[in-house]
Design a protein around this ligand. Structure first.
Ligand code: GLP
Length: 258
């Protein structure tokens, strides 16, 4: 695991965007796993800027989003389809046919989930997966107690997640109760993982994910088992880490490492 601490939210986005750009430079037809939420917005803003100013090319890229609310149509302003289009896809040149987002309106969820898993494999697997983290330590919508081997499926959202996400809706009653989400097992198969987190409210979840035991009660802790995960944090989200000095020491010594 690598832990990179940035001073600001904007800097966090730029650090993550450099990793995405490096991946695309090495493999122009890379498969990207993408996340929603407020956290990755500074990353998406920087990717859009790099596309416009520096010609960062997405023409051969394939994308898979982590999750979607069940019951929200793709044009619902709080759907993850809408979010991705607004904040990223309409501003870059990824072909529409290469974009995959779980369906929140299919009439056969089981078949859709199985297809989604197969489609990831058909496309060669995810090269780089971007993640945020919920305040209860969830990744995608893998709420506490999700199997660490879980695959794409329907999840019932936990009450704290419904409360956290109520800020985007008119009231908590309007937040969907179910979501379709990649599983922890699906996520762990990505070749490289970037987990982004900012704000002090994420500090306990980040500390549990990086320094706590591997447990389904904090599904982000499963990333400790992944061979190539980078946590890109702001200082507030990193504030509870007991080994912070060491992580920063590692980063400062990285350029001279043999
Ligand atoms: C939702 C999403 C997660 C996201 C989390 C945190 O639960 N399913 O993928 O990481 O929210 O959201 P935010 O970045 O807005 O704090």
């Amino acid at each position: 695991m690598e832990v990179i601490v940035n001073e600001t939210y904007e800097e966090m986005g730029k650090t993550a965007a450099r990793v995405v750009a490096k991946t695309l430079n090495a493999k122009p037809n890379a498969v990207l796993g993408l996340a929603t939420g407020s956290t990755p917005l500074s990353l998406y803003q920087e990717l859009v800027r790099m596309h416009k100013d520096e010609g960062l090319d997405f023409s051969q890229v394939t994308t898979f989003n982590l999750d979607e609310y069940v019951g929200l149509k793709i044009d619902h302003p709080q759907s993850y389809h809408y979010f991705m289009n607004e904040n990223l896809f309409q501003h870059i040149n990824v072909p529409a046919a290469n974009i995959h987002i779980p369906s929140g309106t299919t009439d056969n969820y089981e078949a859709f989930c199985n297809w989604y898993e197969r489609r990831i494999v058909e496309c060669g697997g995810i090269d780089l997966q971007v993640l945020g983290i919920g305040s209860d330590g969830h990744i995608a919508f893998n709420e506490p107690s999700s199997s660490l081997g879980s695959r794409t499926r329907i999840k019932t959202l936990a009450k704290p997640t419904i409360e956290d996400n109520a800020r985007f809706f008119d009231s908590a009653e309007e937040v969907p109760i179910y979501a379709i989400t990649m599983g922890v097992g699906t996520i762990l198969e990505a070749r490289k993982i970037l987990l982004l987190a900012n704000k002090e409210s994420k500090a306990p979840a980040i500390t549990a994910a990086i320094e706590g035991p591997v447990t389904s009660l904090c599904t982000a802790s499963a990333l400790q088992l992944h061979p190539d995960t980078m946590f890109i944090l702001d200082r507030a989200a990193a504030s509870g880490l007991s080994m912070l000095d060491y992580y920063e020491w590692i980063q400062s010594k990285m350029p001279d490492a043999p």
